[in-house]
Ligand binder design. Structure first.
Ligand code: ATP
Ligand code: MG
Length: 253
């Protein structure tokens, strides 16, 4: 599956590096209630690859994704996305960077209930200055390719969990971001749709200058990985690729 052609209004950064976090610490709460979700997370992802992140519930996966996406302010450490150091950017610049270059599929979908499906998917394009007409046409086309043709004018509450998840995926891909970040993209999907979505995400990941990072508990997704990062208790505890990844996959069929 290919994606719609790139809007000329969405410029890509000129650097070709991947995504790196160094020693990232993130706490929530204060005093006795303070908990550390990340305790020095060192993570890296290269362009042209599909990265899976696995680990037990509560180990910090969603927190790490939110830091990389710039939606959560962290306490300590360095974050770099395609050569742009997020530490050095003010809030407005991080928002602008995310708007142009990052697509995020949230664990809870985060669709806007008062908007139709096509309006939900159009949001990233409108934020990037694409006209409403063009945005809705591109959004409707992508929804069609994700099996939601004819439902464009429905609202999210009129859909099943799996259908809502596909709308969230369309919204994350429609502006052709360089980095797509997904928190459990296949959890609510049946087997066949899950594989279609992973094929689509793998196609996006392996394009030059792009990358996809997926948090997953779903062993059906493992076969798509170019690199698999394990997390434990707020840290990256292991990275598998090449022969080591193949061996891991052969034990998880
Ligand atoms: N907004 C928040 N306020 C307080 N604590 C939080 C908040 N978000 C996360 N945490 C805590 O940080 C830790 C890591 O949470 P996180 O959501 O990153 O885990 P996760 O690995 O994504 O888990 P899951 O697989 O269940 O989604 C947990 O102990 C969680 O309770
Ligand atoms: Mg999570």
């Amino acid at each position: 599956m290919t994606l719609p052609s790139e809007s000329p209004s969405i410029a890509a950064p000129t650097t070709t590096n991947g995504i790196v976090t160094r020693g990232v610490v993130k706490s929530f709460g204060v005093g006795d209630a303070k908990t550390f979700a990340l305790k020095g997370a060192d993570f890296s992802a290269s362009e042209g690859e599909l990265h899976l992140v696995v680990g037990p519930s509560g180990c910090g996966k969603t927190t790490l994704l939110s830091v990389i996406a710039g939606t959560l302010v962290w306490d300590e450490g360095e974050v770099e996305v395609f050569g742009t150091r997020l530490n050095g950017l003010d809030k407005g610049s991080i928002t602008e960077f995310r708007r142009r270059h990052i697509g995020f599929i949230f664990q809870q979908f985060n669709l806007i209930p008062t908007l139709t499906l096509v309006e939900n998917v159009s949001v990233p394009l409108l934020l990037n200055g694409v006209s409403r007409r063009e945005a809705e046409s591109r959004s409707a086309e992508l929804l069609g390719r994700l099996g939601l043709g004819g439902r464009e004018r429905k609202r999210p509450t009129q859909l099943s969990g799996g259908q809502q998840q596909r709308v969230a995926i369309a919204r994350a891909l429609v502006h052709q971001p360089r980095l797509v970040i997904c928190d459990e993209p296949t959890s609510a999907l049946d087997r066949e749709t899950g594989h279609q979505i992973m094929d689509l995400l793998a196609g996006v990941a392996r394009a030059p200058g792009r990358a996809v990072i997926i948090v997953t508990h779903d062993p059906r997704t493992y076969a798509y990985a170019d690199r698999l990062t394990s997390m434990e208790d707020g840290r990256v505890s292991g990275v598998r690729h090449g022969a080591e990844l193949k061996e891991f996959l052969s034990n998880h069929r």
